[in-house]
Design a protein around this ligand. Structure first.
Ligand code: ADP
Ligand code: ASP
Ligand code: MG
Length: 689
């Protein structure tokens, strides 16, 4: 059982820092053998390169920093012996050939760490990475490490990172930042159960926190994602580190030495592949190359840069990453702009939804909310969550957002009112004739109500007005755009006019999907009217009893809503309804009805022919018109000329034509007026508006 812990330069930069490292190691040593891999103290490798280049200036400062650490970590005889070993290493470094000087930083730091662990009473063994890790020969490296460690009787092994041997017996390095790789090689060779890279940041973050202060830790990522971040410039991990760990199936943990219990990144094969992972940057010639790892949203990236006034010099995609180059002067602003777009979502407020009615529309709504919640949150700042669902018999509530399927018995409305956080939305997708009576209770409990249930509005005007008053008094909203024309923005358009005191002169609403479909398909001599009604019923377009549509009941409900939205106090009895079919057909059982409907065929065909011979089409129109003595409302078949917007309606399309005092030309809204998807999207809009 081996645990490999690697500490970077800043983690061992001073005596205080080293003490932290020793604490972490002591803690881990309880769980198994520890292999401690260390970098040189920060700045040391740079200084050694300078010395190797013939500039002796940094020597004394380097010696002083190491001495200081020794003085502060040791006392008495142990201090003396550590100091002697360090002095000897310094002399050796000064005599060493220039190209070998750089390998001494890790010898200095590990010499101190090993001595201190020994002084603290641990069975400690220093491992000479120059003899164990052989450049370009993984097999030999693994055998060397396994032999040295498994044969060594120690609890803690201390190994210098970065440095290695060459096949020819010389010494070399694994490249700048290479200590991470040393640690991965030790871990893979020993089949370690833990590989920890301790550094000065809490894991791999969405961007370099030194450049983007709002960068945040990525808690888990795949090996591939880590490799992409590392190889595109995220210095926190040396890219070659990934392969040995991945091959051996060892997770890499990246942690912060200064906040051991803070954020960390776990890189493993179990991590869920993420979408956009993070942003990295590195030098590319005289330019800075920025990579948005795991991102293909080119348009968003370009928009972000344009908004920040930055024009990338090049822009391309490669292996599922977005890449661009910018001038060094705009590197940081470019990183910040991209980070804002991809990682800094607006603060979102939660909106809890209690859905009543789990039929086609209710189910579609729940599905749509689940599917679109994150995109909607990004767009609107509102995080929608379905927390309650009910059908006509059972309900289920879970404020955590997993209500499942309705199973509980009892009164849903009472239960909702008892638990709903303020600002929740109750959605009535039922066909209930009476549920509206409970709306005031919901308003009083602070819930908003969105309804697609037209039956709630086939009520006397005073009732309709009192529902609105109740919503207003409680500071909640009451919306039902879906009740007329599904997703078409009809009610909103009408009430906008009414709100600005525009006066409606007339409304023509061709809003019966059933009749629009049937009348559109009907050709005298072709399929009979009865056949088309039956087809519409089979397609689920009609009410369970299609006579509710043919008799104008459904259109009547819609007209009431339209008129009242326009500020007209229309009552049911004010509307003159002329059903499409003779009155006698309403009193017979449903199967008799279809038989009798065939008898009606010839009359209907004649009337259609007569209309067509004059260039008209027949449409089922609900209308409201201002006359000298008040409003007149009617529903029935009407002949419309080619100039009329309803002449060209197809299938279940709806049209509504509103004439008002302010405008010389009518407002015409036309489009799909039917479908669970349309209804659900309309409800969603009512919730978000
Ligand atoms: P160590 O000396 O511990 O090996 P490094 O300096 O090599 O540490 O790597 C850590 C540094 O990497 C951080 O201080 C940070 O500035 C830089 N860095 C660059 N990109 C990222 C990133 N995406 N997440 C975290 N740190 C990053
Ligand atoms: N000390 C080496 C360097 O500065 C290796 C490392 O820190 O990983 O590049
Ligand atoms: Mg590093």
């Amino acid at each position: 059982m081996y645990r490999v812990l690697k500490f970077g330069g800043s983690s061992v930069a001073s005596a205080t820092q080293m003490s932290r490292v020793l604490d972490i190691v002591a803690y881990e040593a309880v769980k198994g053998h520890v292999v401690l891999v260390s970098s040189a103290i920060s700045g040391c490798t740079d200084a050694l390169l300078q010395i190797a280049g013939g500039d002796p200036a940094p020597v004394e400062e380097l010696r002083r920093r190491h001495r200081e650490i020794v003085v502060r970590l040791f006392t008495g005889i142990e201090r003396e012996s550590a100091q002697e070993r360090l002095d000897a290493l310094f002399e050796e470094m000064l005599r060493a050939p220039a190209e070998e000087k750089v390998t001494y930083g890790e010898l200095f730091s590990t010499c101190i760490l090993a001595a201190k662990l020994e002084a603290d009473g641990y069975r400690t063994l220093w491992l000479d990475s120059r003899r164990l890790i052989i450049k370009g020969n993984k097999g030999l490296t693994y055998r060397n490490i396994a032999a040295a460690v498994e044969g060594g009787k120690a609890d803690i092994f201390v190994a210098p990172g970065f440095i290695c041997g060459t096949p020819e017996g010389g010494v070399s390095t694994l490249g700048r930042g290479g200590s991470d790789y040393s640690a991965a090689l030790y871990a893979a060779a020993l089949q370690a159960d833990s590989l920890q890279i301790w550094t000065d940041v809490p894991g791999i973050m969405t961007a370099n926190p030194r450049q983007v202060s709002r960068a945040r830790t990525i808690p888990e990522m795949t090996y591939e994602a880590a490799l992409q971040m590392a190889s595109h410039g995220a210095k926190v991990l040396y890219a070659p580190t990934v392969a040995p760990a991945m091959e051996a199936g060892i997770a890499i943990e990246i942690k912060n030495t200064f906040h051991p219990d803070g954020g960390k990144t776990v890189i493993s094969g179990n991590a869920r592949p993420s979408g956009t992972v993070g942003i990295a940057s590195r030098e590319n010639g005289s330019m800075m190359e920025i990579c948005v790892v795991g991102c293909s949203r080119e348009t968003d990236a370009l928009r972000a840069l344009t908004t920040a006034g930055i024009a990338p010099l090049r822009f391309w995609t490669e292996e599922g990453n977005l890449l661009l180059t910018v001038r060094p002067a705009v590197e940081v602003p470019a990183l910040m702009a991209l980070h804002r777009t991809f990682f800094e979502t607006l603060p979102v407020s939660r909106v809890n939804l209690f859905v009543a009615g789990y039929g086609a529309v209710g189910k579609e709504l729940v599905r749509m909310v689940e599917e679109t919640a994150s995109a909607v949150a990004l767009r609107t700042g509102k995080a929608l969550r379905v927390v309650g669902i009910a059908n006509s018999r059972h309900y289920s509530i879970d404020l955590g957002g997993n209500p499942g399927t309705p199973a509980k018995e009892g009164d849903y409305i009472d239960a909702v009112c008892a638990v709903a956080p303020k600002g929740s939305v109750f959605v009535d997708c039922t066909n209930s004739e009476t549920l509206y009576q409970r709306y005031p209770q919901l308003f009083a409990a602070g819930l908003n109500v969105v309804s697609s249930n037209r039956r709630s509005f086939a009520v006397p005007y005073v009732t309709y007005a009192s529902l609105h008053a109740s919503a207003r008094e409680n500071g909640t909203f009451f919306r039902y755009e879906t009740t007329v024309g599904a997703a078409l923005p009809i009610l909103e358009s009408i009430s906008r006019g009414a709100n600005s005191l525009d006066e409606v002169l007339s409304i023509e609403a061709v809003v019966s999907c059933t009749l629009n479909q049937i009348l559109g398909d009907y050709r005298p001599g072709g399929e009979t009217f009865a056949t088309l009604v039956r087809k519409a019923q089979e397609a689920g377009l009609t009410e369970p009893d299609p006579r509710l549509d043919l008799g104008g009941r459904d259109a009547l409900r819609k007209l009431l809503i339209l008129a009242r939205e326009a500020g007209v106090r229309l009552e049911e009895d004010d509307v003159q309804v002329v059903p499409v079919i003779p009155a006698a057909l309403f009193d017979v059982p449903l199967d008799r009805f279809y038989e009798d409907l065939e008898v009606f065929e010839s009359g209907f065909a004649d009337a259609t022919r007569a209309a067509e011979s004059q260039g008209f089409r027949r449409r089922f129109v609900a209308s409201l018109e201002k006359t000298a003595d008040g409003y007149r409302a009617g529903i029935g078949l009407k002949n419309v000329a080619p100039v009329h917007p309803a002449y060209h309606l197809r299938g279940t399309e709806n049209a509504i034509i509103v004439r008002s005092a302010f405008h010389p030309y009518p407002l015409v809204i036309q489009g799909p007026g039917e479908g669970a998807r349309e209804a659900a999207s309309s409800i969603l809009n009512d919730i978000l508006r």
